[in-house]
Design a protein around this ligand. Sequence first.
Ligand code: SAH
Ligand code: DHB
Ligand code: MG
Length: 230
Amino acid sequence: MADPDKVNEFQQQAVLQRSIQQTISERFAAEDDGLRNALIAAREQGLPEIQISPIQGKMLQVLAAACHAQKILEIGALGGYSGIWLARSLPANGRLITLEINAKHAAAVQSAFAKAGVADRAEVRVGKALDVLPGLESEAPFDLIFIDADKGNYPAYFTWALRLSRVGSIIIADNCIRGGRAFAQPDNEEMAGLVEYNTRIASDPRLVSLVLPMDDEYTDGFAISVVKHG
Ligand code: SAH
Ligand code: DHB
Ligand code: MG
């Protein structure tokens, strides 16, 4: 039988954690009209609600500031929510390129970028990321690369991220914990991609990396890697 005092203690801790996360979100990661509009439009169009959280959006901005990001690459755009956080971190002459395989998602992104007033610096390119990435070599290096598309291809995206980056670039990948499954024996192709991604960033001598729980009650989060050597 579970000890009722222990259960009570865990419940209180969960309530406290949620309240801290909400306060941080309100104080540091308030959404503007452009971000709110992107979420409303995505919901109206029936897009899946799998965008990053406001705290993660602000984390992307902190990291973009840390590497003086002028050129940003995102893999996996959905409805443009994370793209707007990223675009807002750019200087006026900065550039965000975001890749999206789904034409309906890409159309939503374009409209969300226009409404958020970032269409001058942010553009979506439609296609399978692995088909589009080779064409980006002439536009590299990117200062920040955010990976958030199909999980099975994360190892391939890692290889491209390194090829398209410079010393000091920051490579971020979403969903690198997945309730601990991203560190365990994988039981499907998506999880295998995440497990391999974590293994590679943890041991690659060109990087300094950390996986940080920050989403879904601290059961998922970003892998953050800074490129130390070419
Ligand atoms: N970064 C977004 C969420 C992305 S969800 C946000 O936080 O707002 C993942 C997106 O990746 C989906 O829109 C999906 O259509 C897209 N995607 C999946 N496989 C892809 C591929 N091979 N190439 C490009 N985009 C892909
Ligand atoms: C899924 C994808 C994501 O990138 C995410 O952050 C959450 C869920 C998904 O495919 O279910
Ligand atoms: Mg994600």
